[in-house]
Ligand binder design. Structure first.
Ligand code: MN
Length: 270
């Protein structure tokens, strides 16, 4: 699949998302070369995690409502969505309106390698085994398609962690909730972007997502106000003070395994 669907859904005069140039991606990926992968935490109409694997010049993409789980007994629903351009892999920011309106955080990034001979055949079969080497996600995983009477579309897959030294009971989305790019949370991304848009053109959202969004907008506004009152030169200090009132990531106890899991990936993107 090329990028037509990706482009059809978006108005590039209104979104900061990359359009993607045809020459940016490689046409094929050689067998033993690590490929790029990323996970983008996306607060849109619902919070989800967009899981993307580089393959033949595009990013194959799955939207995972609950995010990846390191526990092999936990199967996470992953909806196959349109391919994204390679350039999307470094995107973090605010989509002010239109398709996917919300906040995008680069939650994990690194390289992947297939554990199958033929990726296209594995995708067609609906059983892709692979290894990840990211900041947060590592080791062996599988994506399995769950075609059945309840989902004739064939878009539903499951992301499952295999048992290995990188599997465990830690909830990685709670343990490591922030950006690997800016190190910030949603409110930091919003505050560093253009919150004026959100005041004038706030998407109507109810329920839990609306409440989460309102809270993030308030935190972002507070961060902005704090930064402004401290003056330009001391903006980071202002942010730090405001950050005291924020919730910190859950378990503080850091195991050796988790310390390793949050280190930089061994191999960086080419
Ligand atoms: Mn998304």
């Amino acid at each position: 699949m090329a990028l037509e669907k990706y482009r059809e859904k978006r108005n590039f005069s209104k979104t900061p998302e990359p359009k993607g140039s045809p020459s940016a991606g490689r046409k094929s990926t050689s067998k033993n070369e690590p490929r790029f992968f990323c996970v983008q935490k996306h607060l849109a109409s619902h919070l989800h995690y967009d899981f993307r694997l580089e393959h033949n010049g595009v990013l194959l993409s799955w939207a995972i409502p609950k995010g990846p789980a390191l526990d092999p007994s936990v199967k996470r629903l992953a909806m196959h969505v349109e391919d994204h351009p390679i350039e999307y892999g470094s995107f973090e920011g605010v989509i002010p309106e239109g398709y996917g309106a919300g906040i995008v955080m680069l939650w994990d990034v690194g390289t992947w390698m297939p554990e199958v001979e033929d990726v296209d055949a594995a995708l067609k079969k609906g059983d892709l085994k692979f290894r990840l080497d990211g900041y947060k996600l590592k080791g062996s995983w599988v994506l399995v398609r769950t075609r059945g009477p309840r989902d004739p579309s064939g878009r539903s897959w499951l992301l499952i962690k295999h048992h290995d030294e990188w599997s465990g009971a830690v909830d990685i989305t709670e343990f490591a909730p922030k950006s690997v790019k800016s190190e910030g949370d949603f409110e930091d991304i919003l505050a560093s972007d253009t919150p004026a848009i959100w005041k004038s053109n706030r998407p109507a959202k109810g329920g839990a997502t609306g409440a989460m969004l309102n809270e993030i907008i308030e935190k972002a506004a507070a961060l902005k106000a704090g930064a402004a009152s401290k003056g330009r030169g001391q903006s980071s200090e202002g942010r730090g003070q405001k950050a005291e009132g924020r919730q910190t990531a859950a378990p503080i106890k850091k195991t050796t395994k988790m310390a390793a899991a949050t280190k930089k990936p061994a191999a960086k993107r080419r």
